[in-house]
Design a protein around this ligand. Sequence first.
Ligand code: FMN
Length: 740
Amino acid sequence: MLRKLHSYLGLAASILVVLLAISGAVLAINPALDRAQAKVSGTDQISVADVAANIARFYPNVEQLQRKASGGLIVYYSNANKAGADLVDPFTGEKIAAYSLSPFKRWVQNFHRSFLLDTPGRAAGGIGALLMVVLSISGLFMLRTRQGGWRKIFRSMPGSIKQDLHGHFSRFAVLGLVLSAITGGYMSANRFELIPVYQQVDPAFPETVNGGKPAAVDALPALQDIAFSDLRELVYPYAGDIRDVYSLRTDQGVGFIDQATGELLSYQMYGTPQKIYEFIYMLHTGEGLWWLALLVGLASFSVPLLAVTGLQIFMKRRRSIIRIKNNATANSADIVILVGSESNSTWGFAKTLHDALSLSGYRVHSNSMNNIASTYPKAKQMFILTSTYGDGDAPASAKLFMNKIKRFANNPNFQFCVLGFGDRTFDSYGQFALDVNNVLLNKGWNPLTNIDIIDKQSTQAFNRWGTVVGSLMGLDLDLIYCPVHLNTQLLQLVDRVDYGAEVNAPTAILRFIPAEKKTATFFNKIRRKPRLPQFSAGDLVGILPTESDGARFYSLASASKNRQLEICVHQHPQGICSNYLHKLQLGECIKGFIRENPTFRPRLEQSSIILIGAGTGIAPLIGFIRNNHTCHPMRLYWGGRDPNSDFLYRAELEQYLQDKRLTELVTAFSRTEESCYVQDKVLADAPKIQALISEGAQILVCGGRPMSKCVAAAITRVISPLQITLQDLKEQGRYLEDVY
Ligand SMILES: Cc1cc2nc3c(=O)[nH]c(=O)nc-3n(C[C@H](O)[C@H](O)[C@H](O)COP(=O)(O)O)c2cc1C
């Protein structure tokens, strides 16, 4: 609901909001510019009377003093019946510069207030401000959901800035945008009298004045009592008119001054509504708060970027929508599939299950978890496939599920089965699926089998789950999930280095370049050369060994800027894809597509990086080192079997040590006399690692699950004297794992 509101409103309002934001951002620079030109510091030390005396020396025909919100003093005067205005130094009375509002500034101001269209334009501006309020507040709530709570809103976010510009920029801009949208909306509402408006009633002109000889301006007691920093405006009496008075406006109130006695007459303090209006005006324009204006201006500059990236996300989501054919009704279905998904990938898995069960002759009803019906009269099984979002929370299409499930008063006749989709790099791995499963078990529902959780959308794990579930249902369920709309690319093998055959660990480093599709038209061929898609080291490439097999994912050892796509593949005796890749000859092509893995990235703002891996787990790590051109401190702990057989990347690592892209290399080999594993080397280096962690180092671990468990145990021991836990490091994004 919130997402729909945010996206559709964003689409509808983007042009209006972008124009308001850009013009507002340009205006936001003014308070800082004005202030830079003016003399403002120490103005609370001098009185208005002192300033007026200074002015009198240079401006005998002064008519008005105005202190701008930025602090600058403007003197209005007339000379031989010609009016003028100067920016003046209040401490000396000397002119700083002639004062006039630049035509450009006036134009931008008018554009921002009314799009140069008078009342209809002002109304459009008001609507724009209102839309911006809704957009920024809905965006703020979406950020909260995404990050898993208000407190975590500014914590590190999955994904690099490049991969999720919208998320990162909105975090930076959202508070500024909320502030300027609400204050702008208030000002518009005030102008159109949609809210109770304040009426500024100035005091009446004094009925009696002394009428004596005018005193010198610096001798007027009322002016001597007011600090210049409190002045807004002082209008001088008409020369020669002894019944006229000074009109005074300060930050606190408004009144008159007798020009003979210097007495304050009919003084009136501002009321609360006016103070509120002025405060909101100040927050919106930044007049008087130049730093706030700059911050809000910077936030406003991000609006065009948010609009473009928001549109990209919207299009991507639309493309990823899965349409289910042959969807039976809830009343007639034998099998129900409920889906909890945030960005639609779980729907792809659900469709595979739906199609396979329909093919087996069942009437299958699929729907989102939010749309759970109050009864499924004919159902024999219910499958719940759900991802987890935020920090262990429900994804968008399952937010209402926990409440709605309460409506099932009696136990249904069908069996249920929960399949979670998650990512092990999150602490709350598959948490929402676990919660759903527990709720159903606690209600006494009958499980078909235990809950399972699929890590990183693994097609193999999904297939294995299908086999287990199929056998329980007496079906041969071969679930081959092929992500839809894959942007597959033809990749040609141009280099391979083989290792490990002697130690029974055949491993190959394979390097690919983009290849021309055979079907490419002549026009396409001459128009552009095939290019690699955008990816970073640590992302994954999905490889489709055959059309009928699901994709297998490999960590990338290179970034697209390295102009090659490099992977490291261990040959498993039964592995379809690893055998397929190991048999590839130079010049042969494969089909692959990129899956971003933004959570697994070194953070170069940390003091140093500790990379730990074993076997082919070196792939993303070597990519990080290769691209460490700033020579940020990076240490690698890596484990293999025998240095004479499977020491992957040996020559490169030596080169990186020399050119300082790698600070230190620690290896552990299990089939040598030393016979040790990478976690042993971690423990042996405990004091050094402790020191690095205390200084703020980040650890990245990549490799098989058994290794990662041993490394986690070793690191837990190493850091135990530091009063910090592995959990703390994980929460701070300083312990990342990419485990398979
Ligand atoms: C912002 C964000 C937060 C996530 N939080 C979790 C989490 O707390 N636990 C988890 O296991 N997976 C988490 N994931 C991973 C997703 O659950 C996983 O990628 C899933 O396959 C996405 O499926 P969907 O596209 O259908 O939502 C998160 C992903 C994102 C982008």
